[in-house]
Design a protein around this ligand. Structure first.
Ligand SMILES: Cc1cc2c(cc1C)N(C[C@H](O)[C@H](O)[C@H](O)COP(=O)(O)O)c1[nH]c(=O)[nH]c(=O)c1N2
Length: 210
């Protein structure tokens, strides 16, 4: 039997506190096999019916990376137009992806048509497939941070374009595009909070009793 002691629990708590969404990366490359190792950990995550619906695409090709960057720029410009006044100025000042600097690019999809798991748990709530993939990304996020590697989740992208750029099957649903690399700096608070976009609320605000 494996048990975890107080020292581990304290360190685990620090890991939760110091995990960040990272957009500012140092240019240093990641050691060979880093992404594969993180994917290995992600695959230990829970999944509905043990369906393991996560699909990872390591994007090394320069032209495909550039196409993703161009799509981000277009989507981010559209997003900026949805704000006005002071909010728009603030949005424009945010750095919302580290696509140009990050040495590691990883696109993550959910295989909606998988037979693995024989449909268990998915009939009433089909979105459990996507939930499972999000669980895997969160595991990877923490595992990366434990290795001193920053992960930034980019969702300001057009899912249909991601399919075209990455040539993946129709049944794969785009879940997110992850930038990975060594962070420029470490923080214990979200960048959006530090930039004055939004602040974390008290935990009690999210709890209701019935
Ligand atoms: C599903 C999803 C999608 C996105 C994000 C997160 C998640 C969960 N986040 C990161 C998000 O802004 C960040 O998690 C919060 O601001 C909290 O900061 P920390 O993750 O605690 O550093 C994010 N950040 C960003 O700069 N560009 C983006 O496109 C996205 N997209």
């Amino acid at each position: 039997m494996i048990t975890f002691d107080d020292t581990f629990r304290r360190q685990l708590h620090d890991l939760f506190v110091w995990r960040r969404d990272v957009r500012r990366f140092r240019p240093d490359p990641l050691p060979a096999g880093t992404l594969e190792g993180l994917i290995e950990i992600a695959c230990l995550s829970p999944s509905v019916g043990l369906s393991q619906p996560w699909r990872f695409v390591i994007v090394d090709d320069k032209a495909r990376r550039q196409a993703v960057i161009e799509d981000f720029k277009a989507c981010n410009a559209d997003a900026l137009r949805s704000y006005s006044g002071e909010r728009a100025a603030r949005y424009a000042s945010l750095k919302l992806a580290g696509l140009e600097e990050a040495p590691g690019h990883l696109a993550v999809f959910a295989e909606k048509a998988t037979d693995i798991g024989h449909g268990l748990g998915r009939a009433t709530i089909p979105e459990t497939t996507e939930y499972s993939v999000v669980a895997a990304i969160c595991s990877m996020w923490l595992a990366a941070r434990a290795e001193g590697i920053g992960l930034g989740w980019v969702s300001i992208l057009n899912p249909a374009r991601m399919h075209d750029i990455l040539s993946v099957p129709e049944t794969w649903k785009f879940m997110g595009y992850l930038c990975l690399g060594y962070p420029m700096a470490e923080f214990d608070s979200p960048e959006l909070e530090r930039a004055g976009w939004e602040c974390r609320r008290a935990t009690a605000d999210f709890i209701t009793r019935r």
